[in-house]
Design a protein around this ligand. Structure first.
Ligand code: AMP
Length: 128
């Protein structure tokens, strides 16, 4: 896996090559739907459902097993609940899926921990 250089912006760790760090810092544009000190959520650039939001920790961590402070999972799921409650489309009332791809065989393509929040269509199981 390619090593990324680490720098700090306002004391926070930023991976210079990480697109999700760039979105979190505002260096790269995204359709942001939620933001607080610890969590940022934005619409997926290649949506796999009518509603497809990516939820990330603002600070860089590669994936689930790299997390040291598990509080971030609570913060992420709190943000997910805010997004669901604020949704005006009604899609979430019908159901939704939250998934985190981890590692290459898990389908992860961006090495910054993230959860996909998908809704607005019938989900299939098992996933591909
Ligand atoms: P994964 O394949 O699980 O690592 O998910 C990465 C997701 O990030 C994919 O669904 C991509 O479509 C999405 N993505 C990549 N670049 C961007 C971007 N600049 N803005 C929004 N979503 C992105």
């Amino acid at each position: 896996m390619k090593r990324m250089s680490q720098k700090r912006i306002k004391g926070k760790p930023i991976m210079s090559e990480c697109i999700f760090c760039k979105i979190a810092s505002g260096e790269m544009n995204a359709d942001i739907v939620y933001r607080d000190d610890k969590v940022v959520a934005f619409r997926d650039i290649a949506p796999q459902a009518p509603v497809h939001v990516i939820i990330i920790p603002a600070d860089h961590v590669e994936r689930i097993e790299a997390v040291k402070n598990y509080d971030i999972f609570g913060e992420i799921f709190r943000a997910i609940n805010v997004i669901i409650k604020d949704d005006a489309t009604g899609a979430f009332k019908q159901g939704f899926r939250v998934v985190s791809n981890s590692g290459r065989a898990g389908g992860q393509t961006v090495d910054h921990l993230h959860f996909h929040l998908l809704s607005g269509r019938q989900m299939l199981w098992p996933p591909g």
